[in-house]
Design a protein around this ligand. Structure first.
Ligand code: SAM
Length: 281
């Protein structure tokens, strides 16, 4: 059909991140009313469907078939059918499949409507006790330490709370990189298994977190939140920043100079001169 006014709507439906009761009334109604539900893993979503007696047909739409499946779903939408997109947990398109499909539907003029609900990012931020007025969400950090450390370096000057997703088997290595780059005293929170039986929140320094999570094998789903640097850090002089990073991190001197320059809004050569002066002291 070439008349967009009769095209169907793509609903982006948030589903529980652990506790099956965390779903909105509207989400249940939409999932029952649409012609088709595109799910990241149809077997996984069957549990939710059984719990709420939803018998709408399911089709799979996951990372590796999103482009191709998207074409098919857009064809249905243009024929006037309505489609709901769900992921295994939380809000689709947030570190989950869906962003590409949404973009393509928008570009084609197909209506896309959100059915908001849980997202681990917001759930963790809301209960961790870190500043929430300004935050940024960076999804998953790279699995390789070198690339991960390069991203972490950007957080030296970050004054917002940083929310990250992390896999349990990578947590300890990520904490080691945080200590190496941001220093052992950087405050953070780790929210584990939110809304589930073993829900846990750890708050403290990076080094205390490494100690805590080294005791047993880390299991479950994890959101890692980095607190902004403490006020004393934000107020320190160039000399104090240099000394702190040299003392607390494993960063090479070249990187320390670059970061201190960024933190203080001055040139690298000025910081370099200051570092030579300190050496001579
Ligand atoms: N789209 C989802 C959302 O909106 O929350 C996130 C999908 S992402 C593939 C999955 C990651 O979210 C997990 O690896 C974990 O970092 C985080 N996560 C999901 N459920 C969680 C929970 N119950 N507790 C803590 N973290 C959770």
């Amino acid at each position: 059909m070439i008349d967009p006014s009769v095209w169907g709507t793509l609903f982006i439906v948030a589903t529980p991140i652990g506790n099956l009761e965390d779903i909105t009334l509207r989400a249940i109604r939409i999932l029952k009313e649409v012609d088709l539900v595109a799910a990241e893993d149809t077997r996984h979503s069957r549990k939710l469907f059984n719990h709420y007696a939803i018998d709408t047909p399911l089709t799979s739409c996951f990372e590796h078939n999103e482009a191709q499946k998207g074409e098919y779903l857009m064809g249905l939408l243009m024929q006037g059918q309505s489609v709901a997109l769900i992921s295994d947990a939380g809000t689709p398109a947030i570190s989950d499949p869906g962003a590409l499909l949404v973009q393509r539907c928008r570009d084609a003029g197909i209506r896309v409507s959100p059915v908001p609900g849980p997202s681990a990012c917001i759930a963790a931020l809301s209960m961790a006790g870190l500043p929430t007025q300004q935050f940024c969400f960076d999804g998953f950090l790279p699995p390789k330490s070198g690339s991960r450390r390069r991203i972490l370096e950007q957080y030296l000057q970050q004054t917002r709370t940083v929310v990250l997703y992390e896999a349990p088997h990578r947590l300890l290595n990520t904490l080691r990189d945080i200590i190496a780059v941001l220093g052992e005293s950087r405050h953070l929170a780790i929210a584990r298994e939110l809304t589930k039986l073993h829900e846990e929140l750890f708050r403290g320094s990076a080094v205390a977190a490494l100690d805590h999570f080294s005791q047993n094998r880390v299991r479950g789903e994890i959101v890692l939140l980095l607190a902004p640097p403490q006020q004393e850090v934000l107020e320190e002089t160039v000399e104090q920043s240099l000394l702190r990073l040299q003392e607390e991190t494993d960063l090479p001197q070249k990187v320390i100079i670059k970061q201190v320059a960024k933190m203080h809004g001055i040139s690298g050569s000025e910081v370099y001169k200051e570092s030579l002066r300190l050496k001579g002291k």
